[in-house]
Design a protein around this ligand. Structure first.
Ligand code: NDP
Length: 497
C-alpha cells in the first residue's frame, strides 16, 4: 500500500480488497473481490445447497446452527479481536456485539419449527368439508447485504432467520469489514462442510447491486437509507422482495418521574457506545423541564469520563468524520451550545463525546443521522411535546423512554419499530422480539417470529375430508343449494353485531 493511504479506507489491489484498521492503518486482512460472474456462480452453487439444507428439516438445521453458535462462543475472543483490528471498535464492544449475535442464532434455531412448521388451522363453517393447513416454505437463496458498524450482529440477525427457515445465503459484507464477514462464512463452513449454505462475496457497492440482480429470491439489506432505495430499485427489476433495515435518528424521552441518574447513564451508553455508530443509537433527548438541568449535568459528568482510544473507538469510515464535524458546526452556528466537546471534538480518527443543548430543530444535528458520539438535549414542557418532537423525523427505528407512571403509554406513541423503557437499545438483545423500522428507517422485520416469517413464504393447503353439504365452488350446484347457502350465510353472518 502507498504511504498516502488513509487508515481504514479499503483499497483494491490485484483483485483483492485490503481492509485496514481506521486508527492505525494496519492491515486486518485481504479478500478476493467478486465480479458479476462470480456473484452469479455463488448464487448458482447456493441453489443446490439450499435444496440440501431444506431437506435437513427443522431438526437437522437446528443441530447445525447450534453447533455454529457454540463454535462462535468458543472463539468469541478471537472474533472480537478481529472486529477490533478491522473496524477499530474496542474489543469489549466486539464481545458484547457477538453476544447479541449468539442470542439470535440460538433463538432462531430453536423456534423455527414452532413458527414456520406445518400446522392445521381451524376450518370455516361454509367450507367445513375441507381442512386447512398452513406452513412456511423457504425462498431458496437469500442475499444478505450488511453494513460495517456492527459487522457481526447485523448480518447474523437476518442470516439466523434465513438459515432457520431453510434458505441458503450469499452474503455481501461492507467493504469496510469484509474480514469479519469472511470469518463468519468460514466458521459456518467448519460445522456445515457438506454444501456452501452460507457463502460470502466481497467488493464495493456494485457487488451488492449484482447480488440484487443475480436471481436470489429475496434480499435482506442493512445499511443507509440512501443505499436502501438503490437496493429496492434494483430488486424491483425482477420483483425480488426486500427487507430493509436502514438508518435512524432515535430519541430518548425523560419524563418528570424518571430516575434521572439511570436515564443519564443509559443516554450516554445509547449515544456513545460504538462511538455513536449505531443505527438504533440515541441521537436526540427530550427532557421535561423539572428534570432537565439535573439530567444535563448528569450526562455531562458521565460522558466527560469517556476517553477516545479507550471506551470511544475511532470512526470506522473516514468520510463520516466530515459529516459529524458538519453537524456539530451547523448546530453551533444556528445557536446551539456545546456543554461537552464541541467544535474541535473531531480529531481524526476520533471524535470526543459531545453534548449539545439549545440546538434548533431545523439543524442537521437534529434532522440527519450523525453517526458519531454526539447527543443533543432539548428542554420540553411535558411528555406530549416530547412525543411530538421525537416523532418529527422521517426516520422511525428505535427509541427510549425514562419514567414511571406514563412510560409505557409514551413508548406506544413513539413512531418507531422498537422502544426501550428505562433502558436503551435493549430490544436488540432479545431474540424473540422483532427488529425493524418505519418510514425512512425501512420496513420488514428481522429477529423474533416476524423475522423468521420474513424469510419464508406462507403456503396454504386445503384438503377435502368429505362431500360438500353446501357446494358453492362447483358448476354442479343446484339452485336449491344456492338458496341454502344464502340462508346459511344469513344465519351465520346476517345479524347486526
Ligand atoms: P451503506 O448503505 O453505505 O452500505 C450498506 C451495504 O450496501 C454495504 O455492504 C455496501 O457495500 C452495500 N452497497 C452500497 N451500494 C450498493 C448498491 N448500489 N447496491 C447494493 N448494495 C450496495 O451503509 P453503511 O455500511 O455505511 O452502514 C451504515 C448505515 O447502516 C447507517 O445508516 C445505519 O443507521 C444503518 N444501519 C441500520 C441498521 C438497522 O438494523 N436498521 C443496523 C446497522 C446499521 P460497500 O460497503 O462495499 O459500499
Amino acid at each position: 500500500m502507498t504511504a498516502t493511504h488513509v487508515p481504514g479506507l479499503p483499497v483494491i489491489e490485484d483483485g483483492r480488497l485490503i481492509s485496514t484498521n481506521p486508527a492505525t492503518g494496519e492491515e486486518a486482512g485481504r479478500v478476493p473481490v467478486a465480479d458479476e460472474k462470480a456473484v452469479l456462480a455463488a448464487v448458482e452453487r447456493a441453489r443446490e445447497a439450499a435444496l440440501w439444507w431444506q431437506g435437513l428439516g427443522f431438526a437437522g438445521r437446528r443441530t447445525r446452527m447450534l453447533r455454529w453458535r457454540s463454535l462462535i462462543v468458543q472463539r468469541i475472543e478471537e472474533l472480537a479481536e478481529l472486529t477490533h483490528r478491522e473496524s477499530g471498535k474496542p474489543v469489549t464492544d466486539g464481545l458484547i456485539e457477538a453476544t447479541a449475535a449468539v442470542e439470535h442464532l440460538d433463538w432462531a434455531a430453536r423456534n423455527a419449527k414452532r413458527v414456520l412448521g406445518p400446522r392445521r388451522v381451524r376450518t370455516r363453517l361454509l367450507v367445513a368439508e375441507h381442512s386447512g393447513h398452513l406452513e412456511y416454505q423457504p425462498y431458496g437463496v437469500v442475499g444478505v447485504i450488511g453494513p460495517w458498524n456492527y459487522p457481526i450482529v447485523t448480518p447474523v440477525g437476518p442470516i439466523s432467520g434465513a438459515l432457520a427457515a431453510g434458505n441458503a445465503i450469499v452474503f455481501k459484507p461492507s467493504e469496510y469489514t469484509p474480514v469479519v464477514g469472511q470469518w463468519l462464512a468460514d466458521s459456518f463452513a467448519e460445522v456445515v462442510p457438506e454444501h456452501p449454505v452460507l457463502q460470502v462475496v466481497h467488493g464495493l457497492g456494485d457487488v451488492g447491486g449484482a447480488l440484487c440482480r443475480s436471481g436470489v429470491a429475496k434480499i435482506s439489506f442493512t445499511g443507509s437509507t440512501a443505499t436502501a432505495k438503490k437496493v429496492m430499485a434494483a430488486c424491483a427489476e425482477n420483483l425480488v422482495p426486500v427487507v430493509l433495515e436502514a438508518g435512524g435518528k432515535d430519541a430518548l424521552i425523560v419524563d418528570a418521574d424518571a430516575d434521572v441518574e439511570a436515564a443519564a447513564e443509559a443516554a450516554v451508553w445509547g449515544a456513545m457506545t460504538n462511538a455513536g455508530q449505531t443505527c438504533i443509537g440515541i441521537e436526540r433527548v427530550y427532557a421535561v423541564e423539572p428534570v432537565y438541568d439535573r439530567f444535563v449535568d448528569a450526562v455531562v459528568a458521565k460522558a466527560g469520563k469517556l476517553r477516545t482510544g479507550e471506551e470511544i473507538g475511532p470512526i470506522t469510515m473516514p468520510k463520516q468524520l466530515d459529516i459529524i464535524r458538519d453537524h456539530i458546526e451547523d448546530a453551533l452556528a444556528k445557536g446551539g451550545r456545546a456543554v461537552l466537546g464541541g467544535a474541535d471534538a473531531v480529531q481524526a480518527p476520533y471524535v470526543s463525546p459531545t453534548v449539545l443543548v439549545d440546538v434548533p430543530e431545523d439543524s442537521s444535528e437534529m434532522r440527519e443521522e450523525t453517526f458519531g458520539p454526539t447527543l443533543t438535549i432539548t428542554k420540553v414542557r411535558d411528555a406530549d411535546e416530547a412525543v411530538t418532537k421525537a416523532n418529527d423525523t422521517p426516520y422511525g427505528l428505535g427509541g427510549s423512554v425514562f419514567g414511571k407512571k406514563n412510560a409505557i403509554r409514551i413508548a406506544r406513541r413513539l413512531r418507531s419499530g422498537m422502544v426501550a423503557v428505562n433502558g436503551t437499545l435493549t430490544f436488540v438483545g432479545m431474540g424473540n422480539l422483532p427488529f425493524g423500522g418505519v418510514g425512512e428507517s425501512g420496513f420488514g422485520r428481522i429477529h423474533g417470529d416476524d423475522g423468521l416469517r420474513e424469510f419464508a413464504r406462507a403456503k396454504a393447503i386445503t384438503v377435502r375430508r368429505g362431500p360438500s353439504l353446501l357446494p358453492a365452488m362447483t358448476f354442479e350446484r343446484t339452485p336449491a343449494q344456492v338458496k341454502q347457502i344464502v340462508k346459511a350465510l344469513r344465519l351465520l353472518y346476517g345479524r347486526k353485531p
